[in-house]
Design a protein around this ligand. Structure first.
Ligand SMILES: [Zn+2]
Length: 498
């Protein structure tokens, strides 16, 4: 067995708001050990606190303005979207720096790590460059079903077993100095089942046992980091950015909206019936089954990409119906973001450069009237040469209690209780940080997700690049080690040439 010197286990979306009371109630052995022996604390995410932006920030140690990824997706000219991959991250990943320094790395399922851009000792790709349903690669860790499928829970526990078997496999068969894996399904179960307390308890008991077994195996030789990329908060409702912009005069629709045909597909029951009839007809007319299945799949893909529910229009359908000449701002993306329809920058831009600041400030002033909202101009939260690619305005409502959507509510309401997806919880700013190891003190700390990469470089005695935004968490190390690692930010890394 080869034990890595540093082991990072991501519990995607884990939150102390859930874990602390559960540790007490369920007597979770591993988490109790952390509070007794390790360093732990709130781990502040980036804005927006979403997986697609957070993991590249964690493993570059840089804010999104420096690595250039502000979302899971890139919006194309026709307002359709495309998933990002490692090639959208314009900065060096931790494992790339480590391998250059002859430190052997094993990486499994870290969002946006794949495809691996440089040679790696051991690596398996992540799920986010794939379809939403096909969570992980390889297929053995793919959930393969949606959360509303009755088989979801059974499959969920199977995937959890597979991921910990993978860890065992790596420890037994691969020689690594640094190993990182993300348990993404932690995010999934919290999003879709937080209100099912019995299930959450069953899951946490199982997870805790797996973590305790892992810690027992590696504790003499390794520093174990358990982190999340953002927190989770129970969701009380939805906020529709484009409805708000329309109701406040910043967004105007064309008089005749072109989604009438689309609405045939909006009624899911009717649509399913239609698919059944077509499939039946194809089969009956003597065509081979294969064709029938293909047609069925095609229709389902169509409904998935076009519409979510009869009440809500998908963002790129919204975009097609916007009167761009009269629209000053719009929202598109996975979270609460607004782009000013700036002339020369946006495809259909109409806001003159000289009016840019005024329009932005007018929107912010009105947005701030919403109870519990936090509003940010991009330049207030990002630095670096990619900042100019970010949305102009970003916001959070009551730390994730209201999920912002960029689809359009046909009932014209800005706030609703039910949204396009049935979710129990959504992302919040504070995730978790824990570290256990021989040279780690027992202390509650405050840190940011940007601190992990410089801290790990520190452990391996590798100089920290000057442009890194995170800091070395010197307070988690015992004195001797702390002194040994006082060096900071000694060299500058050049542009990434990939
Ligand atoms: Zn996440």
């Amino acid at each position: 067995m080869s034990i890595p010197k540093v082991f990072v286990l991501g519990l995607d979306g884990a939150s102390w708001k859930i874990l602390k009371p559960m540790t007490k109630e369920l007597e979770l052995k591993f988490f109790k050990t952390i509070f007794k022996k390790g360093s732990f604390g709130d781990n502040k995410s980036v804005i927006p606190p979403i997986t697609g932006t957070a993991w590249p920030s964690i493993f570059t140690g840089k804010n999104p303005g420096k690595h250039g990824v502000f979302d899971f997706i890139t919006v194309k000219d026709d307002f359709s979207t495309e998933y990002n991959s490692s090639f959208n991250v314009k900065s060096e990943f931790l494992w790339e720096t480590l391998e250059k320094n002859n430190i052997k790395c094993g990486i499994i399922n870290i969002p946006f790590s794949s495809p691996f851009r440089t040679k790696i000792t051991f690596g398996e790709g992540d799920h986010l460059t794939k379809d939403w349903v096909n969570f992980s690669w390889p297929k053995s860790t793919t959930l393969g079903i949606r959360a509303d499928n009755p088989a979801f829970e059974k499959r969920f526990f199977e995937v959890l077993d597979i991921q910990f078997k993978e860890i065992d496999f790596v420890l037994k068969n691969k020689e690594t100095d640094f190993f990182a894996i993300n348990i993404f399904i932690n995010d999934t179960i919290t999003h879709f089942r937080l209100k099912n307390k019995l299930l959450i308890k069953k899951y946490l008991l199982k997870l805790d046992k797996y973590l305790m077994d892992l810690y027992d195996k590696i504790k003499d030789e390794s520093n174990l980091f358990i982190i999340s990329d953002h927190g989770m908060h129970e969701t009380f409702g939805w906020f529709f950015t484009n409805n708000w912009l329309e109701n406040n005069g910043f967004l105007v629709f064309k008089k005749k909206k072109k989604y009438i045909f689309s609405r045939i597909f909006l009624n899911k029951k009717l649509f399913d019936k239609l698919v059944k009839i077509i499939t039946f007809m194809v089969l009956k007319t003597g065509l081979i089954k294969f064709v029938g299945i293909r047609i069925k799949k095609l229709f389902h893909r169509k409904i998935k990409t076009q519409f979510r529910d009869s009440q809500f229009l998908y963002p790129h359908i919204v975009a097609k119906n916007i009167d761009w000449k009269k629209t000053k701002a719009y929202g598109i993306g996975s979270h609460g973001v607004i782009r000013i329809n700036l002339k020369g920058r946006e495809k259909n831009g109409c806001v003159e450069q000289k009016d840019y600041e005024k329009v932005k400030n007018d929107i912010i002033k009105k947005l701030k009237k919403i109870k519990g909202i936090e509003v940010f101009k991009r330049e207030e939260i990002y630095s670096g040469k990619f900042t100019k690619q970010a949305p102009d305005i970003l916001f959070e409502i009551e730390d994730g209690q209201y999920k912002s959507a960029n689809s359009y509510n046909l009932k014209k309401k800005e706030f609703t209780k039910e949204g396009p997806n049935k979710i129990d919880a959504d992302h919040s700013i504070y995730g978790i940080f824990c570290c256990l190891g021989k040279n780690i003190v027992n202390k509650e700390i405050k840190c940011s997700i940007l601190d992990l990469t410089p801290t790990i470089l520190h452990i391996f005695n590798i100089p920290i690049p000057k442009d890194m935004d995170g800091r070395v968490l010197t307070e988690i190390f015992k004195d001797k080690r702390k002194k040994l690692f006082q060096k900071k930010k000694i060299f500058e890394v050049g542009e990434l040439s990939i």
